[in-house]
Write a protein that binds this ligand. Structure first.
Ligand code: GLN
Length: 446
């Protein structure tokens, strides 16, 4: 009730939630009370959560912040939603986001922009901006997000919370509406690394319904949090500390690195020479996969349908033109172009080759160091409206987050201070399946 009250009071100003499911939440809370009385609990029993509005939630609207799915009620729940419910967590609603997870500011939402609770003039980041803002404003203690190119880490950084993008395949994608399937990964967003560990514990694991889910034991993340940092080598990728980086953000990151050294970690400079190539490679691969994934929204099976179609062609054209926002249409066009005959080799195949080289750079770095430490974003949260007229300017914001998704690696953003009242995030990048280590290092810092 306390969290619901907070959400009702703050949401009109922040716009972090698209749907609030008050009655269901209170019913679930009563059930949690019964579980507690019967001593049948997990660390999440009775804990309120909010889910990004691209996770299917049975009987509850699942819109992807798109007019296309404004009328869509999911007939089943995503695996991770089910797992969290089985653990006793309570969903209080669905969070705002960039339409179909395409964006870095949460301004591409059919339901209007979400605001940063630290400064209402600033964006909360995107695409999981609603989840980050809801946690930062204490509407919920934790939320779920998805990260295709930074959508958990960048809003976590902008809103001063902790967000973890797990290794590709660690958390089931079943029931998560697809943006770019080879990059998409769901993860926790919470106040601390410890809370993220508790959530990931329940979310992670093999799911036969997701063909890219990985069959590998899930470690006890909580028990790893207090491991000492002595003997750990942290790599600083020099390309993440170049001219793009705001000097005040750089100072906060350096201060956190000194703290990690005091805790016993050793620091070593490494190089990820193809860092700049992550932007062009990602912005070919992600739209290409999106153009294919989004072909299912045709006005026939579900979602928005135009009025009085003349024929099938007209039905497709008008339903999609009316249902998808500008950025989504831009990505579909770019992706369709990159996949079309005559351009496939020049763009899509080339981008896949660059992807492989970027992955190799990370693997080389992990031969020398245990983890990579870097900023999450080049600058703190920018002003609402300041980048909406220039999509390329917006894409450049993702420079430090995209490589991780291209390589399928786990990475976490943890808060390390502020610049002019706007939070700064430190990014920790691990080798595949090293989530425990990322949570450990962030926990020691917190
Ligand atoms: N900002 C990136 C994009 O617009 C990443 C979004 C995401 O991770 N979902 O594609």
């Amino acid at each position: 009730q306390a969290f619901l009250k907070n959400a009702q009071q703050l949401n009109p100003r922040i716009n972090a939630l698209i749907t609030l499911t008050e009655d269901q939440a209170l019913a679930a809370a009563q059930q949690a009370d019964r579980r507690i009385a019967a001593e049948d609990t997990t660390p999440l029993t009775g804990i309120p959560l909010a889910h990004k509005d691209l996770f299917c939630t049975q009987g509850v609207k699942t819109s992807c912040a798109s007019k296309m799915l404004d009328n869509f009620t999911a007939p089943y729940s995503a695996t991770l939603v089910e797992k969290l419910e089985q653990a006793g967590a309570i969903s209080i609603g669905k969070t705002n986001m960039d339409e179909f997870a395409m964006g870095s500011s949460n301004e591409n939402s059919f339901y209007g922009a979400c605001k940063n609770p630290w400064d209402l003039q600033a964006v909360p980041g995107g695409s999981s901006g609603g989840s980050a803002a809801a946690v930062a404003a204490r509407m919920v203690p934790a939320a779920t997000g998805s990260d295709t190119g930074g959508s958990i880490r960048q809003p976590a950084a902008f809103c001063g919370i902790t967000g973890l993008k797990p290794t590709y395949g660690r958390v089931s994608r079943w029931g998560m509406i697809a943006y770019a399937s080879s990059l998409d990964q769901a993860g926790p967003m919470a106040r601390s690394a410890e809370d993220c560990a508790l959530l990931l514990q329940q979310m992670a694991g093999f799911d036969p319904k997701d063909s890219t889910s990985i069959q590998r034991a899930v470690p006890d993340y909580q028990s790893l949090l207090d491991e000492p940092l002595q003997g750990l080598t942290l790599g600083l990728p020099q390309e993440y500390f170049g001219a793009d980086l705001n000097p005040e953000v750089a100072e906060r990151i350096q201060a956190a690195i000194r703290e990690l050294e005091k805790l016993g970690a050793r620091i070593k400079e490494v190089s990820l020479p193809l860092t700049r190539m992550a932007i062009p490679a990602y912005y070919v691969i992600a739209p290409a996969e999106a153009s294919s994934n989004l072909s299912r929204f045709d006005g026939v099976r579900f979602g928005h349908r135009c009025a009085d179609p003349k024929d099938l062609e007209d039905l497709y054209k008008r339903s999609r033109s009316e249902g998808f926002g500008e950025e989504v249409q831009r990505r579909i066009l770019v992706g369709t172009y990159a996949l079309s005959e005559g351009f496939y080799d020049a763009y899509y195949r080339k981008a896949q080759q660059v992807r492989r080289l970027i992955t190799q750079d990370f693997m080389k770095a992990f031969n020398e160091v245990d983890l990579l430490v870097a900023p999450t974003t080049p600058s703190p949260a920018f002003d609402l409206g300041s980048k909406t007229s220039d999509p390329v300017q917006m894409y450049l914001e993702d420079i430090y987050t995209l490589g991780v998704n291209l390589a399928g690696l786990p990475a976490l953003s943890a808060p390390v201070g502020q610049v002019a009242g706007r939070p700064v995030g430190l990014q920790l990048i691990g080798n595949h399946f090293d989530e425990g280590r990322l949570l450990n290092v962030a926990h020691q810092l917190q």
